[in-house]
Each structure stands twice: as structure tokens, then as C-alpha cells.
Ligand binder design. Structure first.
Ligand code: SF4
Length: 750
């Protein structure tokens, strides 16, 4: 229907929702967005969209849109105010808190859904303007373990290859990912590849027989959080059968426990106890399945792993990432078409906007740590600020930041004020009961397009423009940055976030630092973007060649490293010589590459300068909580295809809201029988942290003893994050959303 829509113009852009980064055309008629269609030239989606991308524009005109700034009055109610009044209030209060409690009393909590220019601007305002590293973003809750895994294994964040590896793979190993619902357009690419090439093997490792598992040649069912043992067992089978690639290992990897370098014999010794039989007892994964998976993975000729939150949202998320990378490093499944170790991102700009701009408490733009003297000095010089302005000490990670947020009377809470932008922590944090009071009692400023559970706790609400009302860059999972051009004017009095940041800066005497406050959002964005790509031009993430004028012309954005304006972007990183994707037959034709092919650019990053990745010796560690006599079930959570995160936007798209209105709890028939539960009964699910009441869906999708709840439901009594665990991975500080020990009780029935 969108293709034939009656529009005045089609504007090129990116989808607002998941990390796939589908390219879109946005149809505009009479100053309103009226349709969205897939961009056939986009190398992410080749013209296809899922229901969310196709219908995204429908939420833009929902009557709930926030269109005027609001301040909470002493009677607890919000009053609409002018922008001047709202911005003066924010700036005055922040100045006061700064003076009274010090630089770190004010914090910023951003999002992998904010544009790159917005994350860069707020990061600069807080770290360069206020001298506060209390800067975090919700990618800490979803991607931090993948970041930790890439940096500790390869020396640099983000994947080696591209989505195009799917079409060249002979074996796909999908772990902790229900791609069919969470990355539906990529899943379509997987299915199409399988249908055209029936010999391609698909292995899925996860606790539920999801629609992703159903297309697999081999399902590795596991108890939540036990898959580290499966990865070690696969490695053992590979080594025992001499299916490893010793030449590749010697050339490209070192075996390490972080202190010393070991040899292959030490690696074999380390994994010797992970026999498939022992691991079956620990994980519930059949030993024969482990052996078969190892054989296919090692011998396919081109194996690609894909994973998301099932691997990352864990107390041992970094280790789980390392062990997947290990499988690729021991078998040589890297640096060639169809072979990659690929973490899929959940949000559209978690990679580009937060990881690459360093909008986290320990990073600076270019994904380099604040502790690095040389890089701090470089950034201070580029930003034109006094040496020593940027605090060399990292701020607090997300869970600690929210735990440290409180009212002025509470002396135990050092953070007194916070700006949240494009995110809804009052619904999306785990163990919510612990953090809601802090948000309520502190001075909370919320920038968003709709009322949310977080705006209910705010002191000031600032209405933001929707992506298609302001434009900007999103960087998706495959290192690809795409520019969305502004299509229409913002609704009512809503404003672009870069302008909001610049106005706060101006009121705090920081106008020179953040000068992007004109009425032209694309001009502001371009200035912020140009500075960002200049500041980070000497990193392996360089987008120096991806200027706005070039991104406007490119049909499908550009993949970094892209160091110069005549560089085609990079499909494969770490390649010694020509990018093998370019050499592969048909690749240039298929992906429309016309640039000179002798201009490949790569960095082989590693701290010792040997050009080697790390094969880590990581011991087995299970989840923080396991079922007990009192809490006999595992609870795991996830998404459904129609809904996006906390449902703020998708629940306001009528077709989607009708299709999938509320949460539910999946219960295996064996468990349902024991508890006298039938589908439709209301079931209370309780952990040591909190409870939730949901309708039961009795199904064999999960293994017995494992419950599943999607987390988009906004109703207070159905919000599952009251139950989820906030224990964090010691390295990445990512919480273990995916695993909690719980009990259930039937409350009522039809
Ligand atoms: Fe948007 Fe993701 Fe759907 Fe593509 S798959 S249309 S990026 S939500």
C-alpha cells in the first residue's frame, strides 16, 4: 500500500525501531508523514520492512503526543509553560545543584534511540561543560557485554563483518536471539538464504523453542545462563577431533587468561572436563546435539554466529561473548565472506549513537576511555576547553547511577538531578522497586515524545521532535551510519533534542561549547556531526569520509572505517590486504559497489601491537540466581515482533496495539498441570524483588521449569521488570535481565 501511496515527496531515512537499521523512504503529503516504504537500495533490508517500520509514522499523530513543555506544580500536577520558563528552570536548578553538591550531582541518561548528534551533544555538555562523567545510556542494559566481549577479544568494539555474511555463510549459529521476532527483516534474509541453499546448517541455542528455533536444523536447548558450558564443550569436541585451524590460531590469536600467554596444549587442558555428557547434565542440552553443532560449526567452511540479549544480559555476559569469539578463532571462521562473530544490536543507534560517541560513564568519543590521558587531552583541545576539565575518573554505571539518585534531603544519594532522553527507565530498569523513589525524589527532567512511566516521576517534561521531524544519523549493528533527512515540522511546540541541549548550555554560560541552537535542525545536526567525525577521525571507528553531503547522496549509508570522502566504507575489518568481501564473486554486483577496490582500510587493534585476537580461558560460571525450593522456576523475558521496548510508541499504533495489547506469562503444560493453571488464568509471578500478575499462556515453547514474559506491557501490575534481577556483570556492568528465580501462583481463572 505504501508504494502506491499518494504523497508529495519521498524522503530517504532509517527505521525508528530495531538495530537492523532498515533503510526507508518516508512519504510526506501536505506537511504530514502519511506512509513509509522500504528502500530497495538499502543493503540492510533491500526494500523489506517489518510491521513496526511500516507503521511507525502512525504514532507521530497520536493525541497523546507531548507538544508543550510542562513543570510539576506544588500540588503534584503538571502545568504547561513556555520553553523559556522550562529551560530557565532546568538551567537554574542544575546550576544550584552543581554549586551545592559538586560536578557529579547532575547526570544524563540517554538512549540507543537518540540520534548520534544528540548523544554526542549531551555527552559534550556533561563531560566538557559540567565536568561530570555521570553520563550513561540504556545500551548499558543491552549491549555492554558485547562491547566488553569485542574489546577483550579483538581490542576494538563492534563486529568484524556485515549482514552480507549471512548470504555467504554455510552454517549459522544463532545464540540467545529470537531473531524472527526481534530482528525480523534480518531473519527474512536468513530464511531466504536457507531456502535457496538447503545445505546451509542453522543451529539455534536457547531455552525456548521460538519461531527462530523452529527453522533450525539443530536446536540446543539450555537452562538460562548455562550456555558457557555448551560453548566450551563444542570447543572440546572441535579440538579432540582436530577440526581446529592451527595455522589460523597461530597467525591470528593468542591464548590467554589475561595475565600470560598460553599455548594450544594449555587451552586443551583448560577445557578437558567439558565433555558433552557432563555438560548435558549441567545444561539440559543433549550431548549428541553438542557434538553435531561442533562438527557443523567447525567444518562448514564459513560459519557465522549471531546473538543478542540472551548472551549479553547476564552476570557473565562478557565471558559468554568471549567464548563465542573463541569458537571462531579456533576454527578460522573470521576475516572471510560468510564467517563472522556478530552481535546484533537491539536499538537503532546503540552502536552509532552511544558506543561510538562514548556516551557512557567511562568513555569519550571514539570509544576510548576517559582514563586515557592522551585521548582526554585530544578531546579537550578539540572542544576548546581548559586542560583538566574532563574528569579522568569514570562516573557511575547505570544501575549504580540510579541507585545514587535521590532527593536533597537524602545524604546517602550523591546524584541530585538527572536528564533522561528518549528512554523510559521507570519501566525498563530491572528490580524497579529499588529505583523508583530515587527518580521521584530527585530533580528529574524528561525529554520524550509521549507520556511514560518516567514522565510520571518528572519535575520538568520537555517535548521532543520525532526522528522524521528533525533528522539525524543512526548507526546500526553492522557499523553502518545512515542519515535521515528532516521530513516535516515537529508537532505543536516539540523541539529537536540538539536544540534543547544547546538552549540549556546557553543558559549555563556554555554557548560556545554547544553553539548548535539555530531554528534549522538539519543545520544544527550537521554542525554537531561534522565536529564528531573530525574529533574521531584518527580512531578505528573513523567516519571522517561520511560527511553530511555524502550521506545525503549515498543510497544506503556508509560502514566505518571510512576515513576519506572517496572511501567506499568497510565490509570486513582486520583484514590484511584486500577486503575479501570485495573479491568474492558477485559481491560487487550484488551490493552495488563501484568504488576503487584497492583502497581498503583497516586497523588491527590490540594492546600488544601483535595484530592478534585473544582466545580467552574463561571458567564456567552460572547465573546469579538459580531455582530453589522457594523459587522453583527460571524466569526469562524478551520481545514480541509487534512491540518495541516499553511500548511507548508501538502501543500508540492502533494496528499493533490491537494485535498484541498486553503481556502474558508462558507456562509449560507440565508445570501448568502441577499448579492447576489453564491458558487465560491470572498468574502471580514473584521473585525476591517484586511481583507481577499476568494472564497465562500454556505452551510448549519453553522447557519445563522455565517461564517467559514479554516486557512491553505498561500496566503497573503487569510490568515484569519489578521481578527482574539487577545483579550486574562485573566487567560490563550489564544487569542480568534474562534470568531470575521465581515462584508462581494461580490467582483467578475464567
Ligand atoms: Fe525497523 Fe527493525 Fe523492522 Fe527493520 S526489522 S523495519 S529496522 S523494526
Amino acid at each position: 500500500a505504501a508504494r502506491g501511496a499518494d504523497v508529495d515527496k519521498w524522503v530517504k531515512g532509517a527505521c525508528r525501531f530495531c538495530g537492523t537499521g532498515c533503510g526507508v523512504y518516508i512519504g510526506v503529503k501536505d506537511g504530514k508523514v502519511v506512509a513509509i516504504k522500504g528502500n530497495p537500495d538499502a543493503q540492510t533490508n533491500f526494500g523489506f520492512l517489518c510491521v513496526k517500520g511500516f507503521l511507525a509514522y502512525k504514532c507521530m499523530y497520536h493525541p497523546d503526543r507531548l507538544t508543550e513543555p510542562m513543570i510539576r506544580q506544588s500540588n503534584g500536577k503538571f502545568k504547561k509553560v513556555s520553553w523559556d520558563k522550562a529551560l530557565d528552570t532546568v538551567a537554574d536548578k542544575f546550576k544550584e545543584l552543581h554549586k551545592k553538591y559538586g560536578k557529579d550531582a547532575v547526570a544524563y541518561y540517554g538512549s540507543g534511540q537518540a540520534m548520534t548528534e544528540e548523544s554526542y551533544t549531551f555527552n559534550k555538555l556533561f563531560k566538557g561543560g559540567f565536568g561530570s562523567n555521570m553520563v550513561e545510556g540504556n545500551p548499558r542494559l543491552c549491549m555492554a557485554s558485547a562491547v566488553g566481549g569485542y574489546i577483550s577479544s579483538f581490542g576494538s568494539d563492534e563486529p568484524v563483518g556485515a549482514y552480507a555474511d549471512i548470504e555467504y555463510s554455510k552454517c549459522l549459529f544463532i545464540v540467545g536471539s529470537n531473531a524472527s521476532e526481534c530482528h525480523p527483516v534480518l531473519f527474512r534474509r536468513i530464511m531466504r538464504h536457507k531456502m535457496k541453499n538447503p545445505d546451509v546448517k542453522i543451529i539455534v541455542c536457547e531455552p525456548r523453542k521460538t519461531t527462530t528455533s523452529k527453522i533450525a536444523d539443530l536446536w540446543l536447548p539450555v537452562d538460562p545462563g548455562t550456555d558457557l558450558a555448551v560453548f566450551h564443550a563444542m570447543a572440546k569436541v572441535i579440538m579432540d577431533n582436530n577440526w581446529h585451524n592451527e595455522r589460523f590460531m597461530n597467525e591470528n590469536a593468542r591464548i590467554t587468561n589475561g595475565k600470560e600467554t598460553f599455548d594450544i596444549a594449555a587451552y586443551k587442558e583448560f577445557i578437558k572436563d567439558f565433555t558433552p555428557e557432563k555438560v548435558e547434565k549441567l545444561t539440559r542440552c543433549p550431548a549428541d546435539n553438542i557434538r553435531q553443532a561442533a562438527e557443523w560449526f567447525a567444518n562448514s567452511g564459513a560459519s557465522t554466529s549471531l546473538w543478542t540479549m540472551g548472551l549479553n544480559q547476564r552476570t557473565r555476559g562478557v565471558w559468554a561473548n568471549n567464548l563465542i569469539h573463541n569458537l571462531h578463532l579456533i576454527t578460522g571462521n573470521l576475516f572471510k565472506p560468510g564467517a563472522d562473530s556478530f552481535s546484533l544490536t537491539g536499538q537503532p543507534n546503540a552502536c552509532g549513537g552511544v558506543r561510538e560517541t562514548g556516551t557512557l560513564c567511562h568513555l569519550l568519543p571514539g570509544t576510548k576511555p576517559v582514563t586515557l590521558d592522551k585521548w582526554r587531552s585530544h578531546i579537550e583541545k578539540e572542544w576548546g576547553i581548559k586542560p583538566g576539565t574532563i574528569n579522568p575518573k569514570p562516573g557511575f554505571h547505570t544501575m549504580k547511577m540510579f541507585d545514587s539518585l535521590g532527593g536533597e534531603k537524602d545524604t546517602s544519594k550523591p546524584i541530585k538531578g538527572m536528564i533522561t532522553c528518549t528512554t523510559n527507565p521507570a519501566q525498563s530498569l530491572p528490580n524497579l522497586n529499588k529505583y523508583i523513589d530515587g527518580m521521584r525524589d530527585s530533580f528529574l527532567v524528561v525529554i520524550d515524545i509521549f507520556p511514560t512511566r518516567t514522565t510520571q516521576l518528572a519535575d520538568v517534561v520537555l517535548p521532543a521532535a520525532f526522528i522524521y521531524e528533525k533528522g539525524g544519523v543512526y548507526g546500526c549493528s553492522e557499523r553502518r551510519s545512515q542519515l535521515t533527512e528532516k521530513c516535516v515540522e515537529p508537532m505543536g511546540n516539540a523541539k529537536p533534542d540538539v536544540w534543547i541541549a544547546a538552549q540549556i548550555a546557553k543558559r549555563m554560560g556554555l554557548e560556545k561549547l554547544i553553539p548548535w541552537n539555530s531554528d534549522d535542525s538539519m543545520k544544527n545536526n550537521e554542525m554537531a556531526w561534522s565536529e564528531y567525525i573530525r574529533v574521531t577521525k584518527d580512531t578505528d571507528h573513523t567516519l571522517a569520509g561520511a560527511t553530511y553531503s555524502r550521506l545525503k547522496k549515498e543510497k544506503a549509508g556508509l560502514q566505518w572505517p571510512c576515513p576519506t570522502t572517496d572511501h567506499p566504507g568497510t565490509y570486513k575489518r582486520y583484514v590484511r590486504g584486500m577486503d575479501p568481501m570485495f573479491e568474492h564473486e558477485g559481491f560487487q554486483k550484488k551490493f552495488g559497489i563501484k568504488m576503487p577496490l584497492d583502497r581498503q582500510f583497516y586497523f588491527y587493534m590490540d594492546s600488544k601491537g601483535e595484530g592478534k585476537a585473544n582466545i580467552w580461558l574463561r571458567p564456567y560460571a552460572g547465573p546469579a540466581e538459580v531455582p530453589s525450593a522457594e523459587f522453583p522456576f527460571y524466569l526469562t523475558t524478551g520481545r514480541v515482533i509487534e512491540q518495541w521496548h516499553t511500548g511507548t510508541m508501538t502501543m500508540r499504533i492502533p494496528e499493533i496495539a490491537r494485535a498484541h495489547p498486553n503481556g502474558y506469562i508462558e507456562v509449560h503444560p507440565d508445570d501448568a498441570k502441577k499448579y492447576g493453571i489453564i491458558s487465560g488464568d491470572m498468574v502471580e509471578v514473584t521473585s525476591i524483588r517484586g511481583k507481577s500478575i499476568l494472564p497465562a499462556h500454556v505452551t510448549k515453547v519453553s522447557l519445563p521449569g522455565i517461564l517467559f514474559v514479554p516486557w512491553h506491557d505498561q500496566a503497573m501490575d503487569r510490568m515484569i521488570n519489578f521481578v527482574c534481577n539487577d545483579a550486574v556483570d562485573p566487567g560490563s556492568k550489564e544487569p542480568e535481565f534474562k534470568i531470575a528465580a521465581v515462584k508462581i501462583k494461580r490467582i483467578s481463572g475464567p
